[in-house]
Design a protein around this ligand. Structure first.
Ligand code: HEM
Length: 479
């Protein structure tokens, strides 16, 4: 394990490079010893293993919880979380009951579409804010990544809390300031606490106390706005979703008021740095691949012929190139590079016996950048996800014939419950940004470090050139 400490060959390494090195040194399957009394974990890089593990996961798949958050729910705010830890962290039958109840609310395309106009309002505000952030070189500030976090928080709050928090322009409002600080602490400290020796079980170190304070703030905010929404809904007041259908919060409140609050908190935890990272990565890939950016802009101009055009509930019904670009960004720079499961039963993988309940990590991110799975794997080629093209000399249109090599949202009954909302939010903000700006990047490759969500560590000083100053679009080239 010394190799992971300062000076060691794995220390502070890019997560995908670290896995490539582990893979080349130890082979396609290895046992990673658990530290400080934690369980060992088996890491596999073989997509056939992924399929076996997922197919054998059982009705209530186990995914190792985030321990600090578990501690918070069970020890700090047991008053609110009672016996339910939420989808992210709970296991077994309790997880299964909540998941079955919440699935139809979160995964129904009609429900997701109903939020497009409200999410578009947030995106329009964000693009307005970008204009004020732009410096004399038309570059975004070094902390643009955090600005994207704020966009994601504002967007997910519209869905989870039915409330506009006002964090994008944050005109000094103390509540928005507190939320912003808590979000920052939540993401920076969760992973640190997770990889530290778990002494916080015994001594409350300052970092741990700060993390608990951040969780507390987010819990109180969620509770307050879910209670407000409950009152509004009981009084029959207006909601922020188009059409005659109930809002997500309304539907959840009708199923079980505890689910509404716990789901809101899960959405805030899982729906901020994930979506903002995909946007940052995609902006980067489009900036360094201008012909793809122009090709995507043709689709943008069709959907938003004028900057004042509004996105409606049907605007995103046919946006194939945007979908392909999002997938390709998630392949080249995976936000979540692997999936975790407990073995659902005794398994044999690559000749090794794996007892039931062993923690397993399936690191597909390594395969994304392997030419034997994805042709020209280091290149940004969204076309590989469109069925109507032939990439010369590349079987299966340039993508792996094994679907288990690319699972950015996980798999099976425990797959990401927010995936449809995530794709919609990313699509809307990308349409708005590309409708107003040509994106450039002048600072070399993106760098990443180990964390729950693999976000770029660079200062995200994208150059955003307003389209009105940009010569008429050139037609994109063929690949
Ligand atoms: C592009 C953005 C996102 C990515 C890449 C992503 C990825 C993932 C992955 C890989 C998992 C684990 C799935 C598994 O174990 O099979 C997951 C779970 C989850 N995600 Fe997402 N996610 C994203 C956005 C969101 C959003 C916006 C929300 C909230 C609306 C959300 C809520 C959740 C929840 C609650 C779970 C736990 C589900 C369960 O265990 O039942 N995610 N996500």
């Amino acid at each position: 394990m010394r190799a992971f400490l300062p000076g060691g060959k794995f220390h502070n390494k890019d997560p995908i490079d670290m896995h490539k090195l582990l893979n080349s040194e130890y082979g396609n399957i290895l046992r990673f010893p658990g530290q400080f009394g934690r369980k060992d974990i088996i890491i596999t890089y073989d997509p056939q293993d992924f399929e076996t593990i997922f197919r054998m996961e059982g009705a209530w798949p186990y995914r190792r919880p985030i321990y600090a958050f578990d501690y918070f729910r069970q020890n700090v705010r047991a008053d609110l979380y009672k016996n339910n830890g939420g989808l992210l962290n709970d296991q077994g039958e309790i997880w299964g009951q909540m998941r079955s109840a919440v699935n139809p609310v979160m995964l129904k395309p009609k429900t997701v579409r109903a939020y497009i106009p409200a999410i578009d309002d947030v995106a329009v505000e964000f693009v307005g804010q970008m204009k004020t952030l732009s410096d004399e070189n038309q570059e975004m500030p070094a902390n643009f990544g955090f600005e994207l976090n704020k966009w994601a928080l504002e967007s997910i709050a519209v869905i989870a809390l039915e409330h506009r928090l006002g964090v994008i322009s944050n005109n000094g409002d103390p509540e928005s300031q507190k939320i912003i600080e808590s979000v920052k602490d939540m993401f920076h400290l969760s992973f640190k606490v997770e990889v530290l020796p778990p002494i916080w079980n015994y001594i409350q170190i300052p970092m741990f106390k700060k993390l608990m304070a951040a969780f507390n703030t987010m819990t109180d905010i969620s509770k307050k706005y879910v209670d407000n929404a409950t009152e509004r809904i009981l009084k029959g007041e207006a909601k922020n979703v188009e059409g005659s259908d109930d809002s997500v919060l309304e539907k959840l409140l009708k199923i079980n008021p505890d689910y509404a609050f716990i789901m809101a908190m899960d959405m805030l935890l899982a729906g901020i740095d994930t979506t903002s990272t995909v946007v940052a990565d995609l902006l980067y890939h489009l900036a360094i691949n201008p012909s793809k950016q122009e090709k995507l802009r043709e689709e943008v101009m069709r959907i938003l012929p004028s900057v004042d055009s509004k996105l409606t509930t049907t605007s995103l019904n046919s946006v194939p190139y945007m979908r392909a670009c999002i997938k390709e960004a998630m392949r080249l720079t995976p936000t979540v590079p692997g999936n975790l499961r407990g073995a659902g039963r005794n398994l044999v993988l690559q000749g090794y016996q794996i007892p039931k309940d062993t923690d397993m990590a399936m690191v597909g991110g390594v395969l994304h950048l392997d030419d034997s799975h994805f042709a020209k794997s280091k290149e940004f080629i969204p076309e590989r996800w469109l069925n109507d093209i032939e990439m010369e000399g590349c079987p299966n249109g340039g993508k792996s014939p094994n679907p288990f090599t690319f699972l950015p949202f996980g798999f099976g009954s425990r797959t990401c419950i927010g995936k449809r909302f995530a794709e919609m939010e990313v699509t809307v903000i990308m349409f708005r940004i590309l409708r107003e700006f040509k994106v450039e990047w002048h600072y070399g490759p993106l760098k990443f470090m180990q964390a729950f969500i693999i976000a770029p560590t660079n200062d995200l000083k994208f150059k955003m050139i307003p389209l009105k100053y940009y010569p008429k679009q050139q037609k994109s080239q063929k690949i």
